[in-house]
Ligand binder design. Sequence first.
Ligand code: 5BU
Length: 267
Amino acid sequence: MSSRTYESRARTHPTAIGRTLLSLMAAKKTNLCVSVDITDAATILSLLDAVGPSICVAKTHIDIIPFSNSPSSIAEFTAALSALAEKHNFLIFEDRKFADIGSTVKAQYGGGVYNIAKWAHITNAHSVPGPGIVAGLKEVAEELGVTRALLMLGEMSSKGNLGGGEYLAKTLEMARGDTEFVMGFIAQCAVDTREGEDWIVMTPGVDLGRKGDGLGQQYNTPDRVVREKGCDVIIVGRGIIGAEDKVAKAEEYRKAGWEAYEKRVAE
Ligand code: 5BU
């Protein structure tokens, strides 16, 4: 696990998005990614405007939004989302979990109704299909002329998932094939790092109180995942969006995540 500061890693991270992310994390003192798993587009936008100062990343599932209310078009929503990212200096992560061959993910990432590559700085992919998935996604970013980064799914948070261990080790090998596009992993712990490597680990399944959700989700505290396990970014959904005072709750998670990080780099 890294005892280096986000600031120092921001200067040397091999991916451009990684450098941007680590540097804004240091500037805003936040390692909190809020997962806006809300189906009303306008509610997502107003929530992000309110919690924007507390977060480094906004994670979306664009395919859960019916776009039946205003904003009623995907393009209008993604433009407003991008404007908020600019305003509050956070990045957008579409949690799409691509899982097909290179040629198919190219079409899914670059087109369809969502045009994910046009507005999401970060997306993620399963390693099951092999390295062609990384190459396909990267080609989309290159063809569009945009700076994008990928997180590989090495281990999920849910009970009984097949990731971690050997699977994570093989995913890490795959990531090593493209260190300019793959910025890190979705995992529950820091990954084995060779001299000169730096992987950003983003971790879902974080909650300050609950242990699970009855559908397989498993939660750990910010202290456990950041200080003890060496992860870099905490991903929090219902812990924040389910709270009465979402802004205060986001600040509570930001503080908990930041304190855990400060302890880790001091240890
Ligand atoms: P929660 O409300 O904090 O449990 O939401 C977690 C979010 O992270 C939700 O959007 C999931 O789809 C997402 N997630 C996850 O929970 N576990 C994983 O391993 C991955 C994503 Br990858």
